[in-house]
Design a protein around this ligand. Sequence first.
Ligand SMILES: Cc1cc2nc3c(=O)[nH]c(=O)nc-3n(C[C@H](O)[C@H](O)[C@H](O)COP(=O)(O)OP(=O)(O)OC[C@H]3O[C@@H](n4cnc5c(N)ncnc54)[C@H](O)[C@@H]3O)c2cc1C
Length: 284
Amino acid sequence: MYTQKFEYTAPKTLDEALHLLAAGAKPLAGGMSLIPMMKLRLAAPEHLVDLGKLRDLNYIREAGGALHIGATTTHAELEGSPLLRQKCPLLAETAAAIGDVQVRNMGTIGGSVAHADPSADYPAALQALEAKLVLKGVKTERTVSAADFFVDAFTTSLEPNEIIREVIVPVEAAETGTCYQKMPQPASGFAIVGVATRVRRSGGKIAFVRIGVTGLSNRGYRAAAAEKALEGKTGSAAEIKSAAALVAQGVDANSDLHASAEFRRHLAAVHAARALTAALARAT
Ligand SMILES: Cc1cc2nc3c(=O)[nH]c(=O)nc-3n(C[C@H](O)[C@H](O)[C@H](O)COP(=O)(O)OP(=O)(O)OC[C@H]3O[C@@H](n4cnc5c(N)ncnc54)[C@H](O)[C@@H]3O)c2cc1C
């Protein structure tokens, strides 16, 4: 199937792109989600503005104790970044788990996050990392937390004229172990359920734990009850198992042809236990 006809502009500056978006154009990044939607006639934008050619949106930098990632940085660039692998390995590991090499070479973190597919991988890591997103309009710029950004399936707090300019994640503290585990949908690799964990011990007890979940429901979230259950514990197998059993607590689990709600809840507990066990083993 072909797309409907559309106008295409590859602006040279971010300012030019923002003015075109304010006039009603739609951003194009890697095209991995938008182009298939246009071919299926689920989207029919009249004017596409290609952000992929803007070099000033493609970077991974360390500043002020955090890593700043430009929106058009591809999954492959995140996966292969020595800086990210050293300072925020959870995000590099998550990027490496996306789709296949073609998708990772074209798809971008900004495009994935803006698209907000409930089965996308990044929301688990971004929730666990308590990431921030910088949203830019022609004359505005604001920073929102990942918790506030993801609203519902394919719905975010982006205003129509805004783009994601960058994603900010913390430089991981010493002795923190992290891990991302998912059950991939066999054809696409999308997460039927994915769990991202960060764990740190102090004096033999778990002093810090963050758990982000994707795929289970309409939006990625932090599993607060499971985090609370593990804080102050030693991290024995029994404690991990009972905390992992809480990751889906109070969540309205999705059900589709790939997995029932009950099976998704089971997968969430299994993958949470695996991700917590691996993160603890890496927390040295
Ligand atoms: C075969 C296949 C397998 C895949 N497997 C996985 C997987 O396993 N896990 C996973 O997480 N994803 C998967 N994906 C999705 C992939 O990660 C896409 O890269 C991603 O969803 C969209 O990113 P993009 O850069 O291609 O954005 P595009 O498709 O260009 O755009 C997506 C949407 O975001 C908007 N947009 C783009 N950039 C911005 C910005 N900076 N600010 C505001 N809005 C913006 C666009 O207007 C559009 O609405 C898969 C895709 C395919 C085709």
